[in-house]
Design a protein around this ligand. Sequence first.
Ligand code: FES
Ligand code: FE2
Length: 454
Amino acid sequence: MEALDLSPGEHRCPGPSTRDIIIADRQPVPEALLVEAPAYLGDEDIGYDRYTSPAFFDLEMKKLWPRVWQWVAREEELREAGDYVTYDIGPYSFLIVRGADDVIRAFYNACLHRGTQLRASDSSGFAEQLRCPFHGWTWSTEGDLQSIPCRWDFPHVRDDMFKLPQVKVATWGGFVFLNMDEHAVPLEEYLGVLPAHMKDGWDLGRRAVAVHIQKELPTNWKAAQEAFLEAYHVVETHAQNLPFAGDANAQYDLFGEHVSRFVHTHGVPSPHYPEAQTEQQIADKMHLPAGTIVPEGGTARNVAATWRRDNLGRKWGLDLSHYSDSEMLDSIEYHLFPNMCMFPGVSLPMVYRFRPIGMDPGRTLFDLLFLRPLAEGESHPEPVAPVRIAAQESYGSAPGVEPWLGATFDQDTNNLIQQYRGFHASKKRGETLGNYQESRIRHLHQTIDRYLNA
Ligand code: FES
Ligand SMILES: [Fe+2]
């Protein structure tokens, strides 16, 4: 058998690949969707200490987070001079402000008098000046010291030495990023293939935040996002999706140091699904309106994509006819190191972020956003305020999340709780990954190591 001659990492699920399925649609798709970039990165176990150890967490806080580009806001949250948001990660807190000169800056969110945060964590709004709530020291929105009560008592404070310290800021795709490292490579370089892949119709800058949910997950930030970097768990965790979702034949790509991707298809059954189905039977399970008919010779995939194109196009006042079935249906997920996932597709247009909370390696804040495309000429509406839900609350309880999708996210949360408990309980001290389907997880860890060892 030919398969025996393959090297580790080259084995694939029998049957049609993701690429075969997309090509069979016979539609032009963005070139990026036809690129394949698998890589075998080894098969050593990944130690559980990397998730649970305070020492490892501390190392990440010192050597990883201060040196990576991290998404901190959407540009539409900072439309007017004086608009600000705060961004916390681990012990760090930043205040991101659009200055009167229209420049977005990120300041360390701590007063230069006695350290008080200038704005509370998780706050956002508008400020003409940045005034500390403790004794009232005040800076301009560009970070220049403006006033100190009882200035006569501070002859040693010089205005030029007391500008608010800043970190680097850059924008791409409507996202504002910061990097604490003044020697960091420019964001465009850090993004690797992303700008090139996103340029054909996947302009995330022309999208608006339609839903923003925040949930605390009781696990490490890496474990939280790793549950979203593979489709290997679908067969066990989300078995309800097997009749219409390709999982074991999902495609995994690694692009340089900072970017990875999976593409898994919808409208085709999982290779795990045993029963033969007609295209009509597949369509019947895809959460389409009752009575949706697959015409003679048609496919469930095409019918579902067509319905979504019409339905979402009407809802958003957009012509979506240029999007292929794949872009309308499939889970196309890019990961940007270290903690951001984005889905440039149209019907599941999610963005994820996983941030450590405080100094506990077992606490993560999950931001889940849905970005809808803007209509031609439409300017960005007011961003929606984040809805915070408790760990036990269903995602389906948040406005804008369809029940079937909420239930799917809930299944993931349940796993994360038990997995983190198991990390501590396990006699075996590390996880054993699949060579292909879990390659993005290994890629993440190897890039982390490059930062920690630099
Ligand atoms: S701590 Fe900010 S003014 Fe005193
Ligand atoms: Fe999942």
